[in-house]
Write a protein that binds this ligand. Structure first.
Ligand code: EPU
Length: 422
């Protein structure tokens, strides 16, 4: 297995281009299953999760061509040859559950493996299933699979989520586009990835109102047609790289970055003493003073502070002046980076969903292990500011969500290299 070696090297400067969003692309790709005409996505990120979704769609009979070095995905689902999403693929990536709603809506049948547990929490899919039942789906859970049927097609209905779920909102939204009649989704997720999905579905002929608010209303149509759609900017990649100059000093411009994608995160950076400026090409980030101030952070659904930036923020706060309290409200086990940061000299106390971080002067390089995608990149950020070399192992997690991470960081002057495994 490859590892990444990063050595603290002082201030960074230059530009980093931000890719299309992994989590938007992973829901836009299954939308191809809703139509027998081609769907083309531009600004796609080059990631292993995208390759996994490509393999899943291909196993159902969709054709997916990766063009322009992977930045364009040309998809066509003229005929589906299978309606079964196999455990072997689903277990690699939970977002595979997003093929359930589209297959059911288009052909009235789908068999999808249940994803199982995950490093950051139990992550059940009960809300996805309840939403589809509200649209008239008949579900049977057996042999580790959801067997779903809608013999006369899905029918519009009222979906009332007990709390916000990004994936369940996406599945419900896609399914509702072809359901007969009107669907109302209440307590819908408002993430930019949901808005991007709604924009794409509308280009395909769907009738949707209210995306980006708590209530989304969908008027079902008989069929959807082809479209071309650019994937929205990855706000989590953006936020991650905004932390480079925050942690190391210097000034870095994130090309394609927009403040409204990371508003709550920018507010916390501001409190910590980081300046974010809109440049016309993106966002430019630098420290206002030499020191970082401690800040408290609570993760929340959008527009709150994203759980997907909590680990990276912890790496910043590890060397802040004072004590910061981070509360993780979305996933029950998302502090696995804390013990690894502690191996680098960070002072962190974790109790349940709360981590108390007491800033130290400087972190020290150490061998550390990546446990999930965002945890891995937080260790790289910590390594950029640490004294000496940090070796991050199990970097395959990183390949799921950050394209060309070594090249992008080298481009702003970081001392970082990838070392192939034995
Ligand atoms: N939940 C349920 N039942 C459900 C669905 C969710 O109890 O049926 C719970 C989850 O266990 C969690 C909470 O609801 O505690 C929110 O989960 P949500 O459904 O919103 O998350 P998701 O759709 O599975 C997406 C992203 C995650 C991101 C979360 C929250 C994708 C492919 N994944 O997951 O991204 O953390 O939303 O914003 O879009 C990542 O990229 O590193 C990542 C984990």
């Amino acid at each position: 297995m490859d590892s990444i070696i990063v050595t603290g090297n002082g201030p960074l400067s230059g530009q980093i281009p931000i890719a299309g969003a992994k989590n938007a692309c992973l829901t836009l790709m299954p939308a191809t299953l809703l139509s027998d005409e081609p769907l083309t996505l531009t600004n796609a990120p080059r990631l292993s999760d995208i390759r996994t979704m490509t393999a899943l769609l291909a196993s159902l009979g969709a054709e997916v061509s990766s063009l322009q070095d992977g930045k364009v995905l040309a998809m066509s689902s003229h005929d589906l040859t299978s309606h079964k999403a196999d455990y072997d693929i689903v277990r690699k990536m939970r977002a595979s559950i997003l093929v359930l709603g589209p297959m059911l809506a288009r052909d009235g049948q789908a068999v999808v493996s249940l994803p199982g547990g995950c490093a950051i929490g139990a992550r059940p899919v009960d809300l996805h299933l309840r939403a589809l039942e509200a649209l008239g789906a008949e579900l049977d859970l057996r042999d580790g699979y959801v067997h779903a049927k809608a013999p006369g097609g899905l029918k519009g209905g009222v979906i009332e989520f007990p709390f916000v779920s990004v994936g369940a909102t996406e599945n419900a939204l896609m399914a509702a586009t072809l359901a007969k009649g009107t669907t109302v989704i209440r307590s819908a997720a408002k993430e930019p990835e949901i808005v991007d999905l709604a924009l794409c579905l509308r280009k395909m002929g769907a009738q949707i109102e209210g995306e980006g608010t708590d209530t989304i209303t969908v008027q079902g149509v008989d069929r959807l047609h082809g479209a071309t759609h650019p994937v929205v900017t990855d706000r989590i990649e953006l936020g991650t790289y905004m932390l480079d100059p925050s942690i190391c000093g210097g000034e870095v411009e994130l090309l394609g970055g927009k403040r409204d994608l990371v508003g709550a995160f920018c507010n916390k950076l501001d409190e910590a003493g980081i300046e974010v400026t809109e440049t016309g090409r993106g966002l430019s980030v630098k420290r206002r003073e030499d020191h970082i101030k401690a800040v408290d952070v609570t993760t929340e659904p959008f527009p709150g502070f994203p759980t997907d930036l909590q680990a990276q923020m912890m790496a910043l706060l590890a060397t802040a002046d004072g004590v910061s309290v981070l509360e993780e409200k979305i996933f029950e086990n998302r502090f696995m980076h804390a013990p690894e940061l502690m191996r680098m000299g960070a002072k962190i106390d974790v109790h349940g969903g709360t981590a108390t971080v007491t800033g130290v002067d400087r972190l020290k390089g150490a061998p550390v292990m990546a446990t999930d995608l965002r945890a891995s990149v937080s260790l790289i950020l910590a390594g950029l500011a640490a004294e000496g070399a940090t070796t991050v192992s199990r970097v395959y997690h990183l390949d799921r969500g950050y394209e060309h991470v070594v090249r992008k960081l080298q481009g702003v002057g970081a001392l970082i290299e990838r070392v192939p495994g034995a």
